[in-house]
Design a protein. Structure first.
Length: 185
């Protein structure tokens, strides 16, 4: 089993969704977590994590952290020396995600209430940035928060973009079409 499979085994989605949604935990589909937000489809999360390619010790930004499930998965992939910064706009979900992660034993993640701009510029730069909601356009402000050599995985409309910032600060984008996400708010 690869590292992503191990992360999924360690942090079962059922522990990161509301009680009323638990019967849907094993279904490969998005699950509502309240406030118009969802916990993403597991196969989509798995693909995004493969594209993100988190390495042990990475400093990772999780934008739209929702229930804290992706935060927990990222914490496993980054390992004990990694740092995960989870950002969520909905205050109730910030608390829900934090509580779920703490209950699951996540030690290397911090949860933040999203501010007026995307990301967490005061904690930048990041090795990796994962966005779990669809933006209208590629957010330059997140590219600015990437380290040279870093990677951003972000849904834009019905595509997932894999953006690599090279050591000179130039970006290279690969498009993965055919996805649907809740909008980035």
């Amino acid at each position: 089993m690869d590292r992503i499979g191990q992360a999924f085994t360690k942090f079962d989605r059922v522990n990161f969704i509301p009680n009323e949604a638990k019967p849907m935990a094993q279904v490969d589909a998005p699950v509502p977590i309240g406030y118009g937000q969802t916990n993403s489809q597991p196969t989509t999360v798995e693909m995004m994590l493969e594209w993100l390619d988190v390495q042990p010790g990475d400093k990772v930004l999780d934008v739209g952290s929702g229930s804290g499930w992706t935060t927990a998965l990222l914490s496993y992939l980054a390992g004990p020396k990694g740092e995960i910064y989870a950002v969520e706009l909905v205050p109730e979900l910030v608390e829900f995600g934090r509580e779920n992660a703490e209950r699951a034993g996540v030690k290397n993640a911090k949860f933040y209430q999203a501010g007026d701009q995307f990301g967490l510029p005061e904690r930048a730069p990041f090795d990796r940035i994962l966005v779990s909601a669809s933006a209208d356009k590629l957010p330059q402000v997140l590219i600015d928060q990437l380290k040279p050599g870093g990677k951003l995985v972000v849904p834009v409309h019905n595509d997932i973009l894999e953006v690599i910032k090279d050591t000179n600060g130039k970006t290279h984008t690969k498009t993965h079409p055919g996805f649907v996400f809740v909008p980035l708010i």
